[in-house]
Design a binder for this molecule. Structure first.
Ligand code: NAP
Ligand code: MG
Length: 394
């Protein structure tokens, strides 16, 4: 390697897996160079979370990062780790700094049959990672309250729109926003990724009901498409397709996969869990954050697998699925190779991915997949054995 990879370590069971993957699957094959950041909760605490921002800045200067799953603190974690503050989700912090779009795709392996059997190709979900209810302002409104939407323009002019008069019953109100700039970069990230991976792009919103807000998403996508991508899409033989979100959902269920589904923030949050589950498991999803300026951050889509970690700490045998973590390394190393023109490194990423799938198709798998696999001959192995079996196939 020439340029180092930004390496972001994490928490609990995935931290254990992280070390194993590096030792058994990466270091024996790659002259690895990394710029290491420890995003484990203990170190976030000792740096007052500065380390998270530093890691994101490093991705900006080096271009490619790989991230382990991390704990997002809640009340229990504040007690468990003696935190001085309830730090925000590191993923959220990094996304906000990189202004990215998250692409999640299921990892298919023979023997693991999706709950929707026609889904023979992966469905990649592209989630807009900014705004909407994730940056909302909301409050209770008492009986008799009056809620209005007030927008003050830069010149001081005001627009005041009634939301609701809470005559006979108290209730709730919320305000949400998005920006043209963020929607534009979302559109570009999706269209760029569609070209990169040679897949159709589907997008749907509720613009029949939300005639200004959701309509803005639709219009911006169309403008960006017409001005910047139409020709390349036509040359590549791929399609940009817009319809209502309801219609998209119906078409997705009837489809055989093999496209990118661009989702507004909330749709992406919900639908990515649905898609992951339908394909088998959250541990069989690859996830990459792509920024419009060409930064890439690869990660596993699942959490730190806390329950398995407590077993591991008690000395019990665990059978935790490392495929998503291995794919994160594979994706990051492969992208580094591609950007630096190192063909062997780019190919190594692919080899690592194929070795994972081959292992599972050979009937060697962790407990979560053992319960799903329809192979006649299959063997449930522990966390480390699975990684060693993958290494043997690389
Ligand atoms: P989780 O770590 O995703 O695990 C939930 C359950 O899903 C596990 O108990 C396990 O089920 C199954 N599972 C998930 N990943 C698996 C894997 N690789 N192999 C086998 N089974 C797997 O979610 P959580 O326990 O709710 O959250 C734990 C911590 O992760 C939280 O502190 C949360 O903040 C954090 N989190 C981080 C990220 C991220 O950094 N990207 C994302 C989500 C959550 P069984 O117990 O039935 O085996
Ligand atoms: Mg979700």
């Amino acid at each position: 390697m020439n340029t180092p990879l930004v390496e972001m370590d994490g928490d609990e069971m995935t931290r254990v897996i992280w070390a194993m993957v590096k030792e058994l699957l990466v270091e024996p094959f790659v002259e690895l160079k990394t710029d290491y950041y420890d995003l484990g909760l203990k170190h976030r605490e000792s740096t007052k979370d500065a380390v998270t921002g530093e890691a994101a800045e490093a991705i900006k200067s080096l271009g490619v990062g790989v991230k382990c799953a991390t704990i997002t603190p809640n009340d229990e974690r504040v007690t468990e780790y003696g935190l001085s503050e309830m730090y925000k989700s590191p993923n959220g912090t990094i996304r906000a700094i990189l202004d990215g779009t998250v692409f999640r795709a299921p990892i298919l392996a023979g023997g693991i049959v999706p709950y929707i059997p026609t889904w023979t190709k992966p469905i990649t979900i592209a989630r807009h990672a900014y705004g909407d209810i994730y940056k909302n302002v909301e409050r209770r409104a008492g009986e008799g309250a009056k809620a209005e939407l007030l927008v003050t323009e830069a010149d001081g002019s005001e627009a005041r729109l009634p939301i609701h008069g809470f005559g006979g019953s108290a209730g709730v109100v919320q305000g949400v926003h998005n920006t043209d700039a963020s929607i534009e970069s979302f559109a570009r990230a999706c269209m760029g990724f569609a070209l990169d991976t040679n897949q159709d792009l589907w997008f749907g919103t509720k613009d029949t009901i939300s005639k200004t807000y959701d309509r803005r998403f639709r219009d911006i996508f169309q403008e960006v498409y017409d001005a910047e991508y139409k020709e390349s899409f036509e040359q590549a033989g791929i399609e940009y397709f817009y319809t209502l979100i309801d219609d998209i959902v119906a078409r997705v269920v009837r489809s055989d996969g093999g496209f990118i589904w661009a989702c507004k923030n909330y749709d992406g949050d919900v639908m990515s869990d649905m898609v992951a589950t339908a394909y088998g498991s959250l541990a069989m999803m690859s996830s990459v954050l792509v920024s419009p300026r060409g930064y890439y951050e690869y990660e596993a889509a699942h959490g730190t697998v806390q329950k398995h970690y407590y077993k591991y700490m008690d000395g019990e045998t665990t059978s935790t699925n490392s495929v998503a973590t291995i794919y994160a390394w594979a994706g990051a190393l492969g992208k580094r190779g591609e950007l630096d023109g190192i063909a062997e490194l780019r190919d190594f990423g692919k080899k690592l991915e194929r070795a994972c799938v081959k292992t599972i198709e050979d009937g060697v798998m962790t407990g979560d997949l053992y319960a799903l696999s329809r192979l006649e001959t299959k063997r449930k192995v522990d966390t480390e054995t699975f990684i060693r079996e993958v290494a043997a196939r690389v």
